[in-house]
Design a protein around this ligand. Structure first.
Ligand SMILES: [Zn+2]
Length: 536
């Protein structure tokens, strides 16, 4: 449904292309109604428009009823195409759909960094900011885009993205928090939904592709849809200066209420502008977020009037580690990144993050002895660093030094900040040393805490096999193949497990359910296949 309403004593409503109500009009109302701003975008011959405006201005109260009607007809004729083209209200559900469509496509096409430590870090800062200010109907998702560009954006539905390049040039956590706060404010104020509603060119169907084109560039837009790239590039989507002011005002509110230093916002805007000047990255943050000078001015005013107290520069911590992890996500540039870390270490030999980064990269280029030495050097500075302990432990495992691997990975587990790799390689080290009981107890913890970890099921099956527990071994092989989607192999092992396991065991009861599910799926598949055969 599309409505156009003209305010006045009289009221005119156009519903689709049907004139529903026309009531009493006076020349004054029409004069107010025929405002050039309302006609923006309508391709009326300028001479006609100028003529009518001239008539209104000159005739005043003597403006004749006939001219008035003539103009009314002209006005209605002009409004018809607008009524057809303008978008209906974008609902919360629409926003969620657009946001999810873009997020799913970006994830599927490998545009986003998958390292949990990085996304969890950004999410933690985001969640601290989300606790401030007005609530939102959206569940927020924070992601890092694999790109050296210095950019950040948010899409409808609560999806906030920062580029890896932006985090790399930020000087501390607080500056990153300032960017996230600004983007969160855009989402909460539903700015993009408002842009789509007003737009005559962006539809709900094309919104995700246009957002991808505006915020990430042509490659992402091409991945998101078959929407013509030539068309996408002509449909520039950017916030208005009013949107920017709102996002800064609310964003600064969230940032300061969370306990961060508001000063970080104008500070980082200046840094971004400086980098943007030298950068050839497309698209630029400033293309979609306009009015930098005005933004700097009113951010400064806010800091001098409303937010005069200085807050914290760091709340979550480990900002430098996240920067190191971002360097490690780069598959190319390994040699130049090794030099980068070496340079940092030569000026500060105690820089643990640089030592850690260097050790990981040395391992990656096959220099595992050097890598172990560098890891050990880093551990003399921070003995309880879970990242370093984990990666050193894994390096020991791959070098066959399983005893040292167990010591190191146990240490990582004991300090409580371990991940699934810590447990997996600890289990594998025990397994390699034929200590199957210990391996299984570690694998069971891993399986409980990380139920999506599929490979551990295979290792559990192998351990039970070595211990001659045939029933359990078949059970876990069944679970492994089931998760991998290999139905026939899974059914074979489940059936073998059923005949070997005691009937009253929990596993035997689970087996019945799994076998039923798989048998049904097999039958359905056979039925579909034979139907296909009959149709063909
Ligand atoms: Zn903005």
């Amino acid at each position: 449904m599309h409505y156009i309403t003209i305010q006045g004593k009289g009221r005119m409503v156009l519903k689709n292309t049907t004139l529903v109500i026309i009531t009493f009009f006076t020349p004054g109302h029409i004069r107010r109604a025929v405002n050039p701003d309302r006609l923006r975008g309508i391709s009326a011959p300028l001479s006609v428009l100028s003529f009518i405006r001239y008539q209104f201005l000159m005739a005043g109260p003597r403006f004749s009823i006939a001219t008035c009607l003539l103009c009314l007809i002209f006005f209605i004729t002009l409004m018809f195409p607008l009524a057809e083209k303008s978008n209906a209200a974008v609902t919360i559900q629409d926003e969620k759909k657009i946001g999810k469509e873009l997020y799913d496509k970006l994830k599927k096409n490998n545009f986003l960094i998958e390292d949990d430590r990085i996304t969890e870090y950004v999410t933690r800062i985001g969640n601290i900011l989300l606790k401030q200010g007005r609530s939102s109907p959206f569940d927020f998702t924070f992601s890092v885009v694999k790109s050296s560009g210095i950019n950040a954006f948010a899409t409808p539905g609560g999806y906030v993205y920062v580029y890896a390049g932006l985090i790399k040039v930020a000087e501390d956590e607080c500056q990153l928090a300032g960017v996230l706060a600004h983007e969160i404010a855009h989402v909460k104020a539903r700015h993009i939904a408002k842009i789509i509603e007003k737009s005559k060119k962006i539809s709900l169907a094309t919104a995700a592709a246009i957002l991808a084109g505006a915020f990430i560039g042509g490659d992402a837009a091409a991945a998101v849809s078959s929407f013509s790239m030539a068309a996408a590039s002509t449909l520039q989507l950017k916030y208005s200066r009013k949107h920017e002011e709102e996002a800064d005002t609310f964003g600064m509110g969230y940032l300061v209420a969370a306990g961060y230093d508001g000063q970080a916002m104008p500070e980082f805007l200046s840094i971004m502008r400086r980098y943007d000047y030298y950068s050839s990255a497309v698209p630029s943050y400033f293309l979609t977020h306009p009015g930098t000078n005005e933004r700097l001015t009113y951010l400064d005013q806010l800091l001098h009037t409303k937010y005069t107290e200085r807050g914290e520069r760091c709340i979550v911590g480990s900002f430098d580690r996240i920067k190191t992890l971002l360097v490690l996500t780069e598959k190319n540039n390994i040699l130049s990144n090794i030099r980068l870390f070496e340079d940092v270490i030569s000026s500060n030999p105690h820089d643990v993050d640089a030592l850690y980064g260097l050790a990981v990269l040395q391992n990656r280029v096959g220099e595992s002895d050097k890598s172990i030495t560098t890891f050990q050097k880093a551990l003399t500075i921070t003995p309880d660093d879970a990242d370093i302990l984990k990666d050193l432990g894994i390096t020991y495992f791959h070098r066959g030094k399983t005893k040292r691997a167990i010591e190191t990975l146990r240490h990582a587990y004991a300090i409580g900040t371990y991940d699934c790799d810590t447990l997996y390689y600890l289990g594998r080290s025990f397994e390699a040393r034929k200590n199957y009981d210990a391996a299984l107890s570690v694998y069971k913890i891993l399986h409980t805490e990380y139920p999506d970890h599929t490979d551990v099921l295979y290792n559990m099956a192998m351990c039970y096999g070595k211990m001659n527990h045939t029933g359990e071994s078949h059970y876990y092989f069944g679970r492994f193949f089931h998760k991998k989607g290999k139905r026939k192999s899974a059914l074979f092992h489940y059936r073998a497990a059923r005949s070997a396991l005691p009937q009253n065991s929990q596993q035997a009861q689970d087996l019945e359910t799994h076998i039923d599910t798989l048998t049904k799926a097999e039958k359905d598949k056979k039925r579909t296949d034979s139907q296909k055969y009959l149709i063909n």
